[in-house]
Write a protein that binds this ligand. Sequence first.
Ligand code: HEC
Length: 140
Amino acid sequence: MRHLFILLLVTFTCFSCNDEKKSTASNENSEAERSIQKGKRLYNKFCTSCHLPNGQGVAKVFPPLANSDYLKANREASIKAIKYGMSGKITVNDEEYNGVMAPLGLSDNEIADIMNFITNNWGNTNNSLITAEEVSKVQK
Ligand code: HEC
């Protein structure tokens, strides 16, 4: 009985996450959806080694992007981190990090796509599309 309940719970969770994806797809314009999809592929290639495929990172070593209060509150600084790299003390979800993230040599377009993916995934929502133009304006 207990197992059945867990099975149902898992099934239900899977259905609801599918629903979530569908509604995001239909609500957003196709430009946003395309950007998010491209960002997802780039994320899987360049970012998962540290921030992990589920965006949870590694406590005290690699900060989480999933539900990250830092990412939510610091749009420009997050773009800057991806564009130019990041080091020094930061606090993410009440945990301190003092590591180094090297710049990955991505184009402004690619950075915009990745930002659109990570700010619209794992419990993050962002209603205003990040463009290559916005990324190009972020200075070191
Ligand atoms: C080699 C490991 C590594 C890789 C690869 C990496 N990061 Fe990071 N990232 C870090 C570390 C470490 C920090 C925290 C730096 C500090 O302590 O100042 C960080 C911080 C961040 C932050 C700000 C903090 C937060 O949690 O919101 C963002 C956003 C971010 N990374 C996004 C990315 C994205 C997107 C990619 C892929 C393009 C990426 N990172 C690739 C290690 C990495």
